[in-house]
Design a protein. Structure first.
Length: 506
């Protein structure tokens, strides 16, 4: 992939430049944008943190990150040298006002030498408790007030609940205009997630059947095989509902369920998405009891190795009642989706890493083929696999070759592998480039975040008030608690799972 559209001169201020996210995601993404000629000629990356680095030792840290985490493997020496000329480290503490003056003079230095006034992107890759102080201090040194010039990228989590999300929005909106605020949700940058828009709105075929008349139910399943890894401290105060459902899963659901936008403008797309959230049915006590399930993993065996239970993970309270699995049944109260259940589930330490949207269509009105067994009969299903396989499959019934009329389900498959030769960019590449271009389509607007919190608050509150749940209730390497199967089985359905390929088998 080689670019021919250049952004304006740009300065990336990476608060938390010495942290895990910068090392694993942000710097490798910027490096790839540079390799693919998307970076402007004049750009600077200013890494910020308290650790005692100089420019050279900081660059060494980042090179290590690229070599380990970049999608193209180790950096080529000359390319890295060209790229790293743009990197500077500024030792600074976000709480120290004097350090913002240093930031300001560093920026002034670039401005004086460059051909054009640069865009300044403040990327907040720090713990959320620092978001307010950074925003306020940036305002004090006038690094926030120019709408055309300064942008702020806010990492997740955006708030811990509805109240804190509202407070953060009020604070940010007191300093920045909405068109300067980029609330990141990295799922929206994934190639396959963006493709939902193309699939639905660039093909005439699907729109007529994309509704309650033809669709029986929808599933969105984001299962992970990893545990909480080294993020136990954060995760234990969060849980699956906050960590995955409130943001990534609801954003994906919006793309599946939204009405056709009239154009591809950021505001239009975001308006249509927020319409879905507004139409989603609120959870009352009965819905919480019957339509939600939570779980927590115990120890188990993964690929022949013993893994710890959640309560034994580092940073986790040994008596923790935080959920590592959540499954919910949602309804959207509008004309298109009335009475179509949307089942979502997510969990850690599950049997397979797979993010899948499965859309099951209604059965044929009358079956003319007698004697078909239940194994050979599958209602039409559209499976959009977000990752790791990137594909869209349409399951249809076909006649099995033979002398009798025996049917079986077959897949019509579009797989990214084998269709496209160019490599798929990482979500952060797309999102950082959009932030540079000033395109907010794939970022969450303030009202979207609040509406999503509003929807899940009753569930969070109910789960947090009822501590008597008997956790752990699923073992590592399983498909989650049995009650999650029951949630969907009582409606006559099953969770769809991707067939495990030979190479993936344990
Ligand atoms: N890591 C990931 O995969 C993901 C992270 N996120 C989000 O990104 C953000 C960062 O996460 P992550 O990188 O994992 O966290 P880390 O703990 O790895 O990094 C935290 C960063 O904050 C800096 N920092 C801490 N205190 C101060 C201070 N007083 N002044 C200046 N800098 C400070 C640290 O620098 P130093 O110690 O040098 O001061 C470090 O660079 C969080 O909001 C997280 O939720 C979101 C999705 C995924
Ligand atoms: O935001 C998060 O996402 C990751 C999963 O992201 P993916 O791109 O690997 O699917 C999840 O592991 C993490 O807990 C959560 O904070």
């Amino acid at each position: 992939m080689k670019a021919n559209i250049k952004s304006k001169p740009t300065i990336f201020m990476i608060f938390g430049g010495t942290g895990d996210l910068a090392e694993r995601k942000l710097i490798p993404a910027l490096y790839h944008l540079f390799l693919d000629s998307y970076m402007p000629k004049e750009f600077a990356i200013i890494g910020l943190g308290r650790t005692d680095y100089n420019d050279d030792s900081f660059k060494k840290l980042l090179l290590g990150g690229i070599n380990k985490f970049s999608r193209s493997g180790k950096a080529e020496k000359d390319k890295w040298e060209d790229f790293s000329k743009h990197i500077t480290y500024l030792k600074s503490d976000v709480n120290n006002e004097a350090d913002y003056k240093k930031m300001s003079s560093l920026i002034d230095g670039f401005e004086k030498e460059w051909s054009e006034t640069p865009i300044i992107i403040h990327y907040l890759a720090v713990a959320p408790n620092f978001f307010p102080i950074i925003a306020s201090n940036l305002a004090k040194v006038k690094l926030a007030d120019d709408c055309d010039r300064t942008r702020i990228v806010i990492e997740k989590p955006f708030g811990h609940d509805l109240q804190s999300a509202k407070e953060l929005n009020v604070l940010l909106k007191g300093i920045f205009a909405e068109n300067q605020i980029y609330r990141i949700d990295h799922y929206l940058g994934k190639e396959t997630v963006q493709n939902m828009l193309a699939f639905r709105f660039a093909n005439a075929l699907f729109e007529p059947i994309w509704n309650r008349n033809y669709i029986e139910h929808v599933q969105i399943s984001v299962t992970e095989d990893i545990g909480v890894e080294d993020r136990g401290g954060y995760y234990d105060g969060s849980g699956a509902l906050r960590d995955m459902v409130q943001n990534h899963i609801l954003q994906v659901l919006c793309l599946v369920a939204m009405e056709p936008p009239v154009n591809f403008d950021a505001e239009e797309i975001r308006n249509r998405k927020v319409d879905v959230l507004r139409a989603m049915r609120q959870f009352g006590p009965d819905e919480i009891r019957f339509n939600t399930v939570r779980g927590q993993y115990s120890e188990g065996w993964v690929k022949g190795e013993k893994v710890e239970g959640y309560r034994d993970e580092e940073g986790v309270d040994p008596e923790s009642n935080t959920e590592t699995f959540a499954a919910l049944k949602f309804f959207i109260d509008n004309w298109r989706w009335q009475n179509v259940p949307f089942y979502v589930r997510t969990g850690k330490r599950m049997h397979q890493k797979a993010s899948i949207i499965s859309i099951q269509f209604k059965d044929v009105p009358h079956l003319i083929f007698p004697n078909q067994s239940s194994e050979s009969w599958q209602q039409n299903r559209l499976i959009i696999s977000i990752q790791p396989e990137m594909s869209i499959r349409l399951q249809v019934q076909a006649k099995r070759p033979g002398l009798d009329m025996t049917l079986n389900p077959v897949d019509m498959v579009f797989n990214y592998d084998g269709t496209y030769e160019n490599e798929t960019p990482e979500a952060y590449e797309t999102l950082l480039l959009d932030a540079m271009k000033g395109d907010q389509t794939l970022f969450m607007r303030g009202d979207q975040v609040e509406t999503a919190w509003d929807l899940i608050m009753p569930v969070l509150e109910s789960w947090e008030s009822k501590k008597s749940i008997s956790f752990p209730n699923y073992s590592a390497d399983s498909w989650g608690p049995e009650t999650a199967e029951a949630l969907i089985a009582k409606d006559g359905f099953h969770w769809f799972t991707m067939p495990i390929k030979k190479a993936d088998k344990k």
